[in-house]
Design a protein. Structure first.
Length: 333
């Protein structure tokens, strides 16, 4: 339906110039307003009510537009909100396409969509990722990837955090096509505003990644935060900063009967190889802890090298069947 038009007004008589047909012209003018112009206004109003997509609102107290619009039109317009079936009901309403998205639902709607897939032959350089990129990316693609063998695919997100080319990029490993996914491991880095340089990748630690195998490269931690283990030589704990603590098993059935001045000692030192190697003997120190009645005996240790320690036990009087345990603190790198 085309927009209705308006016919021209009849000639308007002029009082300043007497005209013989003044009465006829005035009658025609009033007739135009009373009939023709009125009908044309009513036709235009009907056109607005039938075709307008301005919805049931009030303008200066006057309702305009449709209160019951046709299909595919907006349904309600109030003072400060839009609603109806063509509008997202709330932040969690992600069903269907072609809806007007609410501000509180824009992020949820974006994150509900699947990202792009870039397989081994995609030639997608992660160093050149554009802000807003997200998807599953094969580590066979070019670019500077996080250190270590973290998996064959990473969920990559590249998010603008300021002006220019400044972006925050995250790489999360652990994807599996079937079965229970592996524990996710996440790394992140930031690109400069000029886009010329990336920071080194930094591992994001979580409850799942605090414990594990510690490692380092050039003095920089690259593995877990804490590593704990044990074997026949005792227990150990390693920290990402290089600190290591080793505790021996109990050395029992010791005879402290060898005269040494006014004291007595074990006839020969006890040789102990710690359960985990140290980075150097110069950084090692520790103590010998007496088991049982501590007043009857005590011990000392001597570091021969980073993997060999001698333990001697002393007593003020001859003693048999004594027990001790050793602890050494040092660095593993």
């Amino acid at each position: 339906m085309s927009i209705p038009g308006f016919s021209p007004f009849p000639p308007i008589p002029q009082r300043s110039t007497p005209e013989a047909d003044f009465d006829a012209k005035m009658y025609a003018l009033f007739q135009h307003f009373a009939t023709t112009h009125r009908n044309e206004l009513l036709a235009f109003i009907e056109f607005l009510e039938t075709n307008s997509t301005v919805i049931g609102a009030a303008l200066n107290g006057t309702t305009i537009g449709l209160t019951d619009p046709a299909a595919a039109k907006f349904t309600t317009l109030e003072a400060d909100s839009v609603g109806g079936g063509a509008v997202q009901a709330d932040g969690g309403d992600l069903e269907g396409d072609g809806k007007l998205v609410r501000m509180d639902g824009a992020l949820a709607a974006a994150l509900s969509r699947g990202g792009q897939y870039r397989g081994a032959t995609a030639e997608y350089n992660i160093d050149d990722a554009a802000p807003g990129d997200a998807g599953l990316v094969s580590v066979s693609n070019p670019g500077t990837w996080p250190p270590g063998n973290n998996g064959t695919f990473a969920w990559m997100t590249t998010q603008r955090i300021y002006s220019g080319e400044t972006v925050l990029q995250r790489a999360t490993f652990g994807y599996q096509s079937t079965g229970t996914p592996a524990t996710p491991v996440t790394f992140e880095r930031i690109r400069s505003s000029g886009g010329s340089a990336w920071s080194p990748w930094s591992k994001v630690y979580s409850q799942a990644s605090l414990l594990g195998t510690v490692s380092e490269s050039g003095g920089t931690p690259t593995g877990a935060v804490i590593e704990r283990g044990s074997n026949a030589n005792g227990e150990y704990v390693r920290f990402a900063d290089g600190t290591q603590i080793c505790i021996s098993p109990d050395f029992t059935n010791l005879d402290v009967t060898e005269t040494t001045g006014a004291l007595y000692r074990t006839a020969a030192p006890i040789s102990w190889t710690p359960p985990a190697g140290f980075g150097g003997a110069i950084s090692m120190s520790g103590a010998v802890l007496s088991q049982g009645n501590s007043r009857t005996h005590w011990g000392t240790l001597r570091v021969l090298n980073s993997n060999s320690i001698d333990i001697s036990v002393f007593a003020p009087t001859p003693a048999t069947d004594r027990a001790v345990r050793a602890m050494v603190i040092g660095r593993w790198f």
